[in-house]
Design a protein. Structure first.
Length: 611
């Protein structure tokens, strides 16, 4: 039925003109989406007015009755997450879908069977991006399948993608973009355009969720009259936590102690920090992370205000709350790392857009790497700027995640973390990482840190006490301390530790604890690599290769293998040596050795926590 044939109901002449103007500018795909959006909006308005059960006084186009009811399309919500943000949004999306009368299947990528993809009908994907445009480690197999020659035709699939990323990286939301392009190439149809989110993803994610669910709910309402069955969930979801505290409402935890682990003369500073969770209701498992809502260094805030010549007490509104400019810059905004978003914003304010736009991608990335926000302001100053205009170009300050280095079985009501503060000089001035600097310098005993628990279900001890091989360097040792405390309290099988750092004398983190666990049998074996103690640098991958026969034997006997540490160098080097170990010890081709590791990963026996 054409719009001109419908009664205008209670629309005013002005409203009807707007409807007609909009309708004439839409493609069929857009019109289809808009119909679902306004159907959902209408339902929400009726519910909020308390008249949902009454007949609204509006004209609704009649639905054509079919001889047989149309079966509801299947709906799967797939989350591909590195730090848990995609998972959190997917859980929220599934709950909203149920409220709309839909029946979603919620599944994490680690539990998704790739062969099922060709059977999907409606697929909603929320994915983060790791590193330079890569998918999270848990999603590697899925991407390899989708982008490979064995990928099936997806002509029967409809999909929508919410991509999470960080605009400070060149390949912003690269994983989501790759999936979107590949799905289209395989014949799938978009339910609505992909949405790319920066680190402040909450609002665009909410708009995307509302729109897509309104469309699907409207379709279902016109196709079937039966009540939707309850939601189904399949693995990969966050651990339930009964506490009222979360990422959006962190717990004000008290610091118990802040101990420097590295010895005098160490070239690397490392801290062990103990935090009280008493009266919070927060619980965690070994392998989980502690989220910390760190604050900016007050000295950096003062320097920034001086460069801007702004009053620190100037009133400012942040998310509907009135505060001062000083507090907002200290607690709410990222004020160190410059992003493309800030560069564009500052260019418009200062009239220097041509300077920045003249840079190619490589030069722009180098410029952002070599200049913090304060450096750009000093180089291209602007006086008399309204504080609100300035903060409009800043990103929200994001929490940082740290692997928990303790077990509640040994340390009830506490969470321990291991941090190495990032310190360096830029433009002749000392600089430090936002969170690591806060923790190392200002998280003193009895101070308060806003914290929450970030579940990491893909970095877990085996449930039946199978043997484990732990590989870590530097602060990557943290979760293994939690593993050993858990096994000391509750038992478990054989445990083998590979640990690497710079110097034995100054950097053997938690040395006495490892020695005690070796002595009492909780830890079966330990190999160490101190790269700067000898003429040649020796790393953990070298120690693994030296013990290749036993490493492979443990794997063949059912051992789980864990890797925690630097994603750019250590993790790929260790992965490659594991492939070599399997290739040589099993006398197979390298491709078969790589498949062996992939099988371990699919079975949950090869788990990585890299950063």
């Amino acid at each position: 039925m054409m719009a001109s044939q419908l009664s205008r109901g209670t629309l005013t002449a002005e409203q009807w003109q707007l409807v007609e103007a909009l309708g004439s500018s839409l493609t069929p795909e857009h019109a289809y989406w808009i119909s679902g959006y306004f159907a959902g909006l209408g339902s929400a308005l009726l519910r909020s007015s308390g008249t949902a059960s009454q007949s609204p006084d509006v004209c609704i186009p009649p639905v054509v009755t079919q001889a047989e009811p149309v079966a509801a399309r299947s709906l799967t919500i797939l989350h591909i997450s590195e730090t848990g943000n995609s998972t959190e949004l997917a859980i929220r999306l599934a709950a909203l879908a149920v409220e709309q009368g839909l029946s979603p299947t919620l599944v994490g990528i680690a539990d998704y069977k790739v062969r099922k993809l060709k059977e999907e009908q409606d697929l909603l994907i929320i994915t983060s991006t790791h590193g330079e445009g890569d998918p999270p480690q848990s999603g590697m197999e899925f991407f390899e399948f989708v982008e490979g020659r064995k990928a099936p035709s997806l002509s029967g699939l409809r999909y929508a993608i919410l991509a999470l990323g960080d605009m400070s990286y060149e390949h912003f939301c690269g994983a989501g973009k790759r999936l979107d392009e590949r799905f289209e190439a395989l014949g799938a149809k978009r339910l609505q355009p992909r949405v790319d989110c920066d680190v402040d993803y909450e609002d665009p994610a909410a708009v995307w969720s509302t729109g897509i669910l309104a469309l699907l709910a409207a379709e279902q309402a016109s196709a079937i009259s039966s009540v939707a069955s309850p939601s189904k969930t399949t693995g990969g979801t966050q651990q339930a936590n009964n506490s009222v505290y979360s990422k959006r409402n962190p717990f004000p935890a008290t610091v118990i102690d802040n101990i420097v682990l590295s010895g005098r003369g160490s070239t690397r500073e490392t801290h062990h920090i103990e935090i009280s969770l008493a009266d919070s209701g927060l619980t965690y498992e070994p392998g989980d992370a502690l989220g910390i809502a760190a604050h900016n260094d007050p000295a950096m805030v003062e320097a920034l205000l001086a460069a801007l010549n702004m009053n620190p007490d100037a009133p400012l509104t942040v998310k509907g709350q009135t505060t001062t400019l000083f507090d907002a810059l200290g607690k709410s905004f990222e004020i160190t790392t410059a992003t493309l978003r800030f560069l564009d914003h500052w260019g418009e304010l200062t009239g220097t857009t041509d300077i920045f736009s003249a840079m190619d991608n490589t030069k722009r990335a180098a410029f952002l790497h070599d200049n913090h926000i304060i450096d750009i302001i000093r180089a291209y100053p602007l006086k008399g700027l309204d504080p609100q205009r300035f903060v409009d170009g800043l990103r929200p300050l994001q929490p940082r995640l740290y692997s928990i280095a303790s077990s509640l079985s040994i340390c009830p009501d506490e969470a321990h973390i291991t941090i190495a503060p990032v310190r360096y000089k830029l433009h002749g001035e000392p600089r430090s990482g936002v969170a690591s600097g806060h923790l190392a310098d200002r998280a003193i005993a009895d101070s308060v840190l806003p914290v929450y628990i970030q579940s990491n279900p893909h970095f877990r001890l085996p449930s039946n006490g199978e043997p484990i091989i732990m590989i870590g360097a530097g602060t990557g040792v943290a979760p293994y301390r939690a593993f050993m405390q858990e096994r000391e309290a509750n038992g478990g099988g054989r445990s083998w530790m590979f640990f690497g750092e710079r110097n034995f004398r100054t950097d053997f983190l938690y040395q006495t604890e490892w020695q005690d666990w070796l002595k009492n049998g909780v830890l079966t074996k330990m190999e160490v690599a101190f790269s700067r103690d000898g003429a040649e640098k020796v790393y953990v991958q070298h120690r693994i290769y030296e013990h290749a026969h036993d490493v492979y034997a443990w794997l063949e006997e059912g051992a789980y293998i864990y890797l925690c540490g630097d994603a750019s160098h250590m993790a790929p080097d260790v992965h490659n040596i594991l492939v070599t170990v399997i290739e040589e010890q099993a006398s197979v081709q390298r491709e078969e050795a790589e498949e062996y590791l992939r099988d371990l990963q699919r079975d949950g026996r090869y788990q990585r926590d890299v950063y």
